[in-house]
Design a protein around this ligand. Structure first.
Ligand code: IYR
Length: 225
């Protein structure tokens, strides 16, 4: 550790192997039921759940602990309408040519299209911005490190929190997303990474019949022989 670092005692109580296994199993089972949802109910969601999920996201590790993220939680119907309009405009360009055939083929199993009614139906949209550089008290720019990595980890925690609360999410990525800076009033150093749609699923919500890769397809061991 660098000589100049001030330290405090770590509090992470040691668990037995059995406890570790049981807890990891419970968490896995909880996360395994997460699905990306596109059919949302208009039922409201308590803003305190959103606040707790963003607090959870804010616990993520980040480059040089710069915490280069910012979350804008939107429930105002007019703002949602403006976002839907701008997003659908980009999506029409995407689906009508910008994507190209190979990309559209890759998306076929998901059945997505340029219509994004969920941007108005769902009670909450969370726009997640990455701060590409920092600005100090004197208005001088300073470098931020590992920005996409840091913000992506935070988004993972955000999604896990919302899922554990029983809510559905959709990681929506209209591209480009510059319109979100304007609508959310965010400065130039911030770039929208994800527009997360949050709410209860519609009563009759269905999701694509897709599967996850098996553990042997994603995990490779290199242990002592
Ligand atoms: N942003 C578009 C297209 C899209 C792209 C990917 I990669 C997806 O996994 C899903 C959709 C849309 O939201 O429709």
């Amino acid at each position: 550790m660098a000589k100049t670092a001030k330290t405090i005692a770590l509090t992470l109580p040691r668990k037995s192997d059995a406890e570790m296994r049981a807890d990891a199993q419970v968490f896995f089972e909880q996360m395994q039921s997460r699905r990306t949802v596109r059919d949302f109910s208009a039922d409201p969601v308590d803003p305190e759940i959103i606040r707790l999920a963003v607090r959870t996201a804010g616990t993520a590790p980040s480059g040089a602990n710069q915490q280069p993220w910012c979350f804008v939680a939107i429930s105002d119907p007019e703002t949602k309408r403006a976002i839907r309009q701008a997003a659908e405009e980009e999506e029409r360009a995407f689906y009508n040519g910008r994507a190209g055939e190979e990309w559209l083929d890759a998306l076929a199993a998901l059945g997505t299209d340029p219509d994004k009614p969920f941007l108005e139906t769902a009670p909450w949209l969370i726009a997640i911005f990455a701060q590409r550089w920092g600005v100090d008290a004197d208005g001088r720019k300073f470098k931020h490190y590992y920005v996409p990595e840091s913000v992506s980890i935070a988004i993972g925690l955000l999604i896990a929190s919302l899922h554990s609360a029983g809510l559905a999410t959709l990681t929506h990525t209209p591209s480009p997303m510059g319109f979100l800076n304007q609508i959310c009033g965010r400065p130039d150093n911030e770039k929208a990474l994800i527009l997360l749609v949050v709410g209860h699923p519609a009563k009759d919500a269905r999701v694509p019949a897709i599967s996850r890769k098996g553990i042997d397809e994603i995990l490779f061991w290199k242990t002592a022989p």
